[in-house]
Ligand binder design. Structure first.
Ligand SMILES: [Zn+2]
Length: 635
């Protein structure tokens, strides 16, 4: 989902939309006490049953905040159970419950739970179904759940269940890790209206004053992605190309916005092909993708049918990306919601990188500015009862996106995108759920790198580095850089990152990547031109702020003018000097107490140190220019 700043404007202008963006922390906290953060995909299902299929029959008049209908849940028991528990708001009234077609007793109305007595015990492995007939006025949690409003004076209703609002309007099992394998929804609305829904529109049948819209969806779906919206939609259908395939795209727009919706479909067409090329084809290609207009100030990635407030390039890009990240692979815990929102935000950036590159640099800088506005905060969401924190634009969206960008920098493009494809296609994750460790494992597999430190610093850790780099270039064009960092917040001791610096001369430049692993770290390299200017992290791969890069005239002669490398060293130690080599005659290695261990001709520029015991040493060069000394470590 993506709330737009438009929402703020509407709040200020006193629009009726504002009242639905009200947080209800008490209700959320109560729901959090239910086992919604259950075992991950592949683990034992919660509450002793596993959801298989859902059939919804709803009657909705968009002019009235009211729902009535019957929801039938097909399930298989995974343990012996003597009751079945669903989530259902106390604001709704249950008229009848049947189990396997027979009337069942139930209790409901005190704790937002519907508890159904199975009259004895259902053995593990039992296939059965429960039908709940109910009616009432849904209340809204989170971002509204079920809302009746007006567009251009015409009634419109929509649902928006993320994160905990499905059971505000239907009897659901609020468990991210128990996706419903397939579903049908029959939505009966006053004639003249159409219902937008998940999957394929099978039929629209009008009898008397009512039209029933039948939507069929044959992919696993989480309860918060089940949705309907009803108004006098104008609709349109077109085919969009994918990689070696195509998908039907449907528009459900307010009549006044139909032209804008069709124009926006051109953007979607480019975006859906780009994403398919980057990470694999649109995951519900044999059904459809669509956008339906609704009145909430933003967008919501309902599976195969995004709801949007209006037509906006970034909103389209964001919600479309959720079909891969959020819908096909869903966060297995709300604490990991960045797996939905960080990706959707980052893929909006990739639309700029690949399709409108003139905006790419500005987009990245905007995200970094947003993240570094405050010194603290992790991508990992530590309080899932706090909806504001869960959907924090700064941490879950912006930082989540730029952490993915930094990951791409660390592992490289090929390992990054292959890792994402593998993550999306992993049979344990595809059309199921994932946690951050699953993403880490896939990126480690494709890159061959251990990313434990990266995720500790950037996923659970807080803050960001602030870099200081000083550099000098001698008359032989050798450049010495000293690189240090401080941290904006104490939770991370040091951010180990490859740090790019661009050195520019007249008509030439070179970007050097410095692997920053400690403070006051020195780097020495030759550039075949006189450096006139420098740019720190020119492509904005890093999350950092207030960085300083400066030329220094007088480096410390003991270190900057003699550079032993590699340091620490293994078998061979080499060195470079800022002046001419000819000025130095002998090179001597001294141990920690000043004893001479090795000596060679300085012009050799290297010495075999393989026989030296591990420890700290001094390299000393002597000659007509005097003495240079620098410390190094033998491993
Ligand atoms: Zn989103």
């Amino acid at each position: 989902m993506k709330p737009l700043l438009l929402l703020l404007a509407l709040l200020l202008s006193g629009s009726s939309i504002a009242q639905y963006a009200v947080n209800d922390p008490e209700n959320i906290a109560q729901r959090e006490q239910h086992p919604i953060a259950g075992p991950r995909n592949g683990g034992p299902p919660t509450r002793g049953f596993d959801m298989h299929y859902l059939r919804c029959n709803w009657t909705i008049d968009p002019a009235v905040q009211y729902i009535s209908g019957t929801v039938t849940s097909y399930f298989i028991t995974t343990a012996a159970v003597d009751q079945l528990v669903f989530d259902l708001s106390d604001s709704l009234v249950v008229d009848a419950v049947t189990l396997g077609g027979n009337s069942a007793t139930f209790s409901h109305g005190t704790n937002d739970l519907l508890t159904i007595d199975v009259a004895g015990t259902l053995a593990a492995g039992t296939n059965d179904s429960v039908s709940v007939t109910y009616h009432g006025v849904p209340i809204g949690s989170g971002f509204g759940s079920f809302v009746s409003d007006y567009q251009n004076g015409v009634p419109v209703m929509w649902t928006l269940s993320e994160p905990y609002g499905a059971s505000d309007w239907w009897p659901a099992k609020e468990d991210l890790n128990d996706k419903i394998d397939s579903m049908d929804a029959y939505v009966t609305v006053p004639v003249g209206n159409r219902s937008a829904g998940n999957g394929v529109l099978v039929s629209e049948t009008t009898i008397g004053n009512y039209t029933t819209c039948h939507w069929k969806h044959r992919y696993p779906i989480d309860q918060y992605l089940v949705a309907t919206a009803v108004t006098n939609y104008m609709t349109d259908t077109r085919q969009m190309p994918l990689v070696g395939d195509s998908v039907t795209y449907v528009t459900y727009a307010y009549p006044t916005d139909f032209a804008a919706a069709q124009y926006s479909a051109n953007d979607v067409q480019q975006q859906i092909l780009l994403y398919s090329q980057l990470v694999g084809n649109y995951p519900f290609a044999d059904e459809k993708y669509g956008q339906a207009q609704f009145g909430w100030g933003g967008g919501m990635e309902h599976q195969t049918m995004t709801f949007v407030t209006g037509y906006n390039y970034e909103l389209s890009a964001h919600e479309l990306a959720h079909q891969w990240f959020g819908d096909k692979v869903t966060c297995g815990s709300w604490a990991h919601v960045w797996l939905n929102e960080g990706f959707a935000t980052y893929f909006t950036g990739l639309c700029y990188e690949y399709l409108a590159p003139q905006y790419w640099a500005q987009w990245k800088q905007g995200k970094i500015d947003n993240i570094t506005e405050y010194p603290d905060g992790s991508v990992f969401c530590t309080d899932t009862t706090n909806i504001g924190r869960l959907f924090s634009n700064r941490l879950t969206y912006s930082k989540g996106a730029m952490v993915l960008h930094s990951l791409r920098w660390v592992v490289g493009d090929s390992a990054f995108f292959q890792g994402l494809r593998n993550y999306l296609n992993d049979p344990e994750l595809a059309y199921g759920t994932a946690l951050t460790a699953d993403l880490q494992a896939h990126l480690e597999a494709t890159s061959g790198m251990d990313l434990t430190g990266f995720f500790a610093d950037w996923f659970t850790g807080e803050g960001y580095p602030i870099y200081t780099a000083t550099w000098t270039q001698d008359s032989n064009d050798n450049v010495t850089v000293t690189l240090s960092q401080t941290q904006s917040y104490p939770s991370v001791d040091f951010f180990d990152m490859p740090v790019p610096i661009r050195f520019s001369g007249s008509g030439v430049d070179s970007t050097v990547v410095l692997n920053n692993t400690s403070n006051d770290q020195q780097f020495w390299f030759h550039l075949p031109f006189a450096v006139q200017s420098t740019t720190f992290d020119p492509e904005r791969w890093l999350i950092s702020a207030n960085d300083i890069i400066a030329e220094v005239d007088n480096p410390d002669p003991g270190t900057a003018q003699l550079l032993p490398y590699p340091n620490p060293s293994g078998n061979m130690l080499a060195w470079r000097t800022a002046g001419t080599h000819a000025a130095y005659r002998t090179a001597t290695v001294l141990n920690a107490v000043g004893q001479r261990c090795l000596e060679t001709d300085a012009a050799a520029s290297s010495v075999d140190v393989s026989q030296l015991p591990p420890g700290g040493y001094v390299l000393e060069l002597k000659g007509t220019e005097g003495v240079l000394r620098a410390r190094f470590v033998k491993e």
